[in-house]
Design a protein. Structure first.
Length: 334
């Protein structure tokens, strides 16, 4: 695998293109925005989504998905809610048996499907994998040390993919549990909104730590109910990503939650941001999935209610703090 196509020219897609270029690959980066394509090719910088980071010369940007037709490997990085339409447009140019690594985090609204399910319906002949884990695009793009989960049910393919994209600063750890990698990546964004609210309301570090821990229990319960393994969620793609995303305002989700906690209206917050806030889109399907499966997720429920305008931030906090006391023993699985 020497030619890689990256679908999605946002900050994360651009950062992954950097990783692949540093791994010695020839990279074609598809971006939706013509100004991003022009800036990358003319100035070696994605000034729209990742300003201030010089890009490797091996990265060539394009606005035509057909330019990725000869790729040996695809990294799919559009926002989760646009994954289906984007892959459907690429389908006529995709080679049979093409490895596709899904790098976006979220559940599809309406269908409640994971990105692997969307891939199976749009590119049924593709060989799937999932990349997830604690990683900020700006840090990865600058070459700072990062470890991620690469989930692939085909062990030989997984090893080939890991060996292809790994660099000294970008370390993929292999698992075969794609569901676990997907659930961790999607649910942590919802929980990051909650942690941001805690920070915005100045509720203290004790509350912050409690929310991360209880949120991890919710993530694990939902993941196991969907078919994931608990040990996968205890790794980089679950607990690791949760800790990172819930601990820094560099996270779009946490910073959005902080603004909510400070009293700003969600519509105003989103209108002021160009980038997608994944947790806002994922909160409703996470709530629906949990209800459908009979899984208790009170923090995710509260976030979904806030996002939907059904409840105020203060009322959500009061509701969580007034829940009946319970034992902690093994309640991750109950």
């Amino acid at each position: 695998m020497r030619r890689v196509g990256v679908i999605g020219g946002g900050a994360w897609g651009t950062a992954l293109a950097q990783v692949c270029a540093r791994a010695g690959l020839s990279v074609r980066l598809w971006a939706l925005e013509p100004e991003a394509v022009e800036a990358i090719n003319a100035t070696r910088e994605n000034s729209l989504w990742l300003p201030g980071v010089p890009l490797e010369p091996e990265i060539v940007a394009t606005g035509r998905l057909s330019d990725l037709a000869d790729a040996d490997l695809i990294l799919a990085v559009p926002p989760a809610q646009h994954m289906r339409s984007t892959l459907a447009k690429f389908a006529p140019d995709a080679k049979p048996g093409l490895p596709v690594v899904l790098c976006s985090k979220g559940f599809e609204q309406g269908s409640l499907k994971m990105m692997t399910e969307v891939l199976a319906e749009t590119l049924p002949q593709a060989r799937p994998a999932v990349l997830s884990g604690p990683s900020f695009a700006a840090e990865v793009a600058r070459g700072l040390p990062t470890a991620v989960t690469l989930a692939c049910p085909d062990e030989a393919l997984g090893r080939a993919l890991a060996g292809t994209i790994a660099t000294p600063a970008f370390r993929p750890y292999l698992v075969d549990d794609m569901i676990g990698a997907e659930v961790g990546g999607a649910v942590k964004n919802v929980l990051a909104l909650a942690c941001g609210i805690v920070e915005g309301k100045a509720l203290g570090k004790s509350a912050h730590a409690a929310l991360i821990t209880r949120g991890f229990a919710e993530m694990t319960r939902l993941g196991v109910a969907l078919g994931a393994r608990a040990e996968t969620l205890a790794g980089l793609c679950g607990l690791g990503d949760l800790v990172l995303t819930c601990s820094s305002p560099m996270s779009r989700n946490m910073s959005t939650g902080m603004a909510l906690g400070q009293g700003q209206a969600l519509a105003d917050i989103l209108a002021s941001r160009a980038a997608v806030v994944e947790g806002v889109a994922s909160a409703p399907p996470v709530r629906e999935l949990a209800r459908k499966l009979g899984v208790e997720t009170p923090i995710c429920e509260a976030v979904a209610a806030i996002v939907a305008g059904e409840i105020t931030v203060d009322a959500a906090i009061e509701g969580l703090l007034s829940r009946p006391l319970r034992t902690e023993r093994s309640d991750v699985f109950n």
